[in-house]
Design a protein. Structure first.
Length: 595
């Protein structure tokens, strides 16, 4: 539909943020022809740019201001005062146009914890229906043979908009990685979508099986409905404030519309039913605070009139943290270093264009291991005793941390994410030697105990918020990471991987003692771009921001639908869960519409 602004008026629903969740909500709502929806997206429509759509090019986009917000954290006191680069997709599709296309679900106990923490009806069983509703899983006979993939309809969707496929191209280290980890006691998991994602599994990707192109919320949800007359999507539209009115009887705050800037002009769009904020974990709390919903102390600091004193806004930030581990691999095995040869790079591109195969056709990581504590920790007692250093700042956080401690002891859920990457991973002070081939391990903490914050840093939406990850704010996370590095060393010394690898380069053998490894970690630790939790769906008295219907406490028609509502981190890349949350949200919204 045209984005001619002269016909702007009011819509049933105004959605802020045409990202992962926002476009799911929009596309599902406009299925009903009498419902009108307006989406405001700050970025542009970049869906079909080659750098976005060709899976093998996805790494090029990190930091590109045309489609990455490229936030920086505040200086992290426990990481040598470094700021950490925080990528976020900007444009239709949001982070699904920038991400690495891994598409997987967490563990059923993690979703059940949403309900334990107070969100009635949010559990694995109910979300499974929405995981399935969101996707079409396509499996070739080759996938069945090579990966043992199955299409059990209990767990896999067949009619959803989003594509999920297995890797078309896998690196030479893929199967050796599997064999080596199996020899270390980590079991193969034949279906990570079934509610248990623990163990080693072949990855699924948000990639179209025929075109071998990225499947994003823009291609999957928006494009099929974009011509509908009841949908209006405005790109280049930056929401500055939700318009709120206080009603005395009943005592509630009503959202009336949204102010936004487009082409330097200040405009307003009004809602007849609801405003839905889907601006993501960093910008949703920012917009709430700028609209007068947040802790009074924060709002007072920037002279923003307090409409609702809601101290949970922007608290409870959780992410996954990781460190690289890189070794030299025998050059007879292929790695991404081969693409440094221009001739080979052209060949790979031609292969992609002609047969939709080769290195460009797939996401970088084709296999993962999600490893429970006792399987990678060499000294569990050190971590156990450091758990007392974990800090909670709200009752809800304390409850979530208690659940995490139970998971740590039960040894059933992955705490370390481990994935092979056929190439060098950047690290300060280290550079690849031309001509050499590298093998890296991605070692990430799936359940770090740290809790950060996101708050405004000025009274303008045009200034980035203050994002304090509080990475390594407790000893337990640091100890787990130290032991993850030691485990990485063990992995590359075991067959068959050991037969392919010659020497470790990152961290490097010179970094040996625990103290040295800790210093190195503080200098390099970064996030995997899975932030959640800053508009947490927990009870108000526990520090919550939204209720189990995703309505902001104290409002009658303002909802949050995006990753910020997730109350406790999951052992998974986050996009599949965001798709499922948005699908469920629409059913909740439609349900409340009928009543
Ligand atoms: C580099 C990177 C790699 C990742 N890799 C993976 C992966 O491989 N697998 C996986 O599962 N997950 C991955 N993730 C995470 C995953 O993509 C996100 O968790 C998920 O897509 C977030 O969805 P969302 O709807 O919460 O936010 P987003 O998709 O980020 O959407 C928010 C949208 O709101 C817009 N917006 C913000 N503020 C405003 C405003 N004021 N006015 C108007 N619009 C606004 C933004 O431009 C954006 O389009 C990755 C993320 C990144 C950044
Ligand atoms: C926050 O504001 C201060 C003071 O204006 C500035 O120095 C700092 O860089 C800002 N932080 C971010 C994340 O923009």
């Amino acid at each position: 539909m045209s984005s001619d602004l002269t016909d702007l008026k009011s819509f049933d629903y105004v959605i802020v943020g045409g990202g992962n969740a926002g476009l799911v909500a929009a596309a599902r709502l406009v299925e009903d022809p009498i419902i009108t929806v307006c989406v405001l997206e700050a970025g542009e429509d970049v869906t079909h740019l080659p750098d976005i759509i060709i899976p093998g090019l996805s790494f090029k986009n990190m930091g590109n201001p045309n489609f990455d917000w490229s936030f920086q954290s505040t200086p992290q006191v426990n990481a040598n005062d470094r700021t950490i680069h925080l990528l976020r997709g900007k444009g239709l599709g949001g982070s699904t146009i920038l991400n690495f296309m891994e598409l997987a679900r967490g563990h059923e106990e993690e979703y059940d914890a949403f309900e334990t923490l107070g969100a009635k009806g949010w559990n694995w069983k109910s979300l499974l229906e929405y995981f399935k509703k969101s996707e079409t899983f396509t499996v070739s006979s080759n996938d069945m043979e090579r990966f043992g993939a199955t299409v059990n309809p209990l767990f896999h969707g067949t009619e959803g908009p989003l594509h999920r496929t297995m890797s078309k191209w896998i690196c030479d280290a893929h199967m050796p990685f599997l064999k080596t980890l199996e020899s270390l006691g980590i079991p193969f998991n034949p279906d990570c979508s079934s509610g248990s994602n623990t163990g080693i599994f072949h990855a699924g990707h948000a990639i179209d099986p025929i075109e071998a192109s990225r499947s994003s919320s823009a291609t999957a949800y928006y494009e099929p409905v974009k011509a509908k007359r009841n949908l209006k999507v405005i790109t280049g539209a930056r929401a500055t404030q939700i318009l709120l009115k206080k009603d005395d009887v009943p005592r509630t705050v009503v959202a009336q519309g949204v102010n936004f800037i487009k082409d330097g002009k200040e405009l307003t769009v009004y809602c007849r039913k609801e405003v839905i904020i889907s601006a993501g974990t960093f910008q949703t709390p920012q917009l709430l605070e700028l609209s007068g919903i947040g802790s009074k102390a924060t709002l007072d600091k920037y002279g923003i009139p307090v409409i609702l004193d809601l101290p949970g806004v922007g608290e409870n930030l959780q992410d996954h943290f990781w460190c690289p581990f890189t070794a030299v691999m025998d050059s007879k095995y292929e790695s991404f270093e081969v693409l440094a040869n221009p001739e080979r790079a052209v060949q790979e591109m031609e292969l992609y264009e002609k047969s939709k195969s080769g290195m460009m056709s797939t996401a970088a990581s084709s296999i993962f291991a999600f490893i429970p504590p006792t399987k990678f920790l060499s000294d569990i007692d050190v971590v156990r005793s450091s758990l007392k250093s974990v800090i909670a700042s709200t009752p809800g956080q304390q409850k979530a941390i208690d659940i995490q401690k139970a998971w740590f002891e039960n040894d059933n859920i992955g705490h370390l994410e481990f994935a092979p990457f056929p190439g060098f991973m950047p690290a300060p002070g280290k550079a690849p030697v031309p001509g050499k081939h590298y093998f890296s391990l991605f070692a990430g903490l799936l359940h770090p105990f740290s809790r950060g914050t996101v708050h405004i840093n000025s009274s303008s939406i045009l200034d980035a918020p203050n994002i304090d990850l509080r990475v390594l704010d407790n000893e337990a996370d640091l100890e787990m990471m130290v032991q993850a590095i030691k485990f990485s060393r063990k992995v590359i010394r075991n067959q068959p991987l050991s037969g392919m690898i010659t020497e470790e380069v990152i961290p490097g053998p010179e970094i040996e003692s625990d103290e040295d490894i800790k210093d190195w970690i503080r200098n390099i630790i970064q996030t995997t771009f899975h932030p959640i939790g800053t508009a947490a769906m927990v009870p108000l008295e526990d520090g919550g921001v939204v209720d189990a219907e995703l309505k902001v406490y104290g409002t009658s028609n303002l909802r949050v639908v995006d990753a910020s509502i997730i109350p406790i981190q999951i052992s998974s890349h986050t996009q599949a869960t965001v798709y499922a949350i948005a699908e469920k949200a629409v059913d909740i919204i439609k349900g409340s519409m009928r009543s």
